[in-house]
Structure formats: structure tokens, C-alpha cells
Ligand binder design. Sequence first.
Ligand code: NI
Length: 254
Amino acid sequence: MIFETHAHYDDEAFDEDRDTLLSSMQENGIGYIVNVGASLKSTAESIRLAEKYPFVYAAVGVHPSETGELDEAGFLWLKEQCLLEKVVAVGEIGLDYYWEEPAHDIQKAWFARQLDLAREVKKPVIIHSRDAAKDTFDMLKEKHAGELGGVIHCYSYSAEMALDYVKMGFYIGIGGVVTFKNGKKMKEVVEALPMERILLETDSPYLSPEPNRGKRNSSLNLPYVAQRVAEIKGISYDAVVEITSQNAKQMYYL
Ligand code: NI
């Protein structure tokens, strides 16, 4: 069974068929799903989904682009959610310099706080980093975040940096981009990484793999990602599914 390590089924893109879709996952080979919080509201909805479906787990956290909403009360609430049984990680947290707002120092401050929170509650972290390679790497290094365990999700930087993250203790999340025709960089990343450090993810509803690029994504597209990883690594599809599922279980303590 495939382990979907990163999806957003709370997104409004799933409002019309969320329950039908989620109910079809297991019969289609998707064994586990981690629904990842990106704001306080989506964290609450992730937890609700995890409470409803036995195979769904939740990550709690505020995405860098949403950190403008955080204050001490919100942060305290996040911390309380970390104690719930089906919460398996703190995330997604990190830095996103693609957008102008919030200011970099605000993003950094809440990234640091949420890394400290993960340490306090002993959970792995799910890292979002876009156009912020150096600052993300430096902060994770300075915070010794490798000790927490976790994943650099939707990894988009160099193969060399991916190996540095592995050395630090992280897994690398591989999604639909690896199937794109212009996905040469991701091919190099997968080639360079040991299988024991690769996780499969979709970031649904975003980043649909080929042949469904541009459409709404769901975990049902993960076989396309697994197949591409198998081709790049020269191993069987089943081996990719098996190893990446074991990796995810290890990382999320499941
Ligand atoms: Ni995400």
C-alpha cells in the first residue's frame, strides 16, 4: 500500500466529493494519508479528517505565507493540538520568499517558534521552502532540526543540497514534478538520493503528475510518481511502494 505523506483534503477543491474520494482510497492502494495543516483553520480541519478516517493522520502547523495570522493565543492552541492522538507531525512550516508577504523576519520568527514546538512535543517536522534555499538550510542547521526528523516537502532545490539534508537527518518528499517533461532537476535529485530517504507525496490538490498535469490532484495519482521513481532508480514499482511506505512509517512513528 502507498503512503501519501502530504495532502490537503480540507481544501475547497474537494468540497464536492471529499468523502467519496477519501472512501475510495484504500481500495485503490493508498494505505495511509497525512493531511497537512497550513493555517489554524486547516489544522482544525485536518484533525477532523483524521478523527473521521482511520487511515488519515494530521500534521499541525502554519505555512510561512499564513504566519501573519499567528499570535500567542493561536500558537498555544497549536501546541494543544499536538497532544492529540492522531497528530503525527508539526507542519507545514518554513519559509516562502516567492510572495512579498509576510515579511521575512515574521516568517523566520514563527518558523523558529514552530521548530521549538516540535522539539517540545517530540514530533517530526514537515518543511515548506520556496525561493528560500539558503535561509531554510541555515535555520534548520542552526536549530539542529535534523534531530527532530522530518521531511523537506515538495523538494525543489539541487541534488547536492538534498544530500546535505539527508546528512542532517531529513527525508526528501518527491511528488508530481518528477514526472514533468522539464523535470530534469528532480530526476537528478532522485538519482542522487538513497531510496531509504525518499517519501512519496502529492501536495493535493496541487501539482498533479503527468498524465494529469494541470488537473486537480489526489493521492490516486501517486502510482504515476512511484512509477517514475522506479524508472529513475532502475528498481521495481513494488519496491518503490514498499520502501517509501516503510520510510514514512518510520518518520511519522506509525
Ligand atoms: Ni502542502
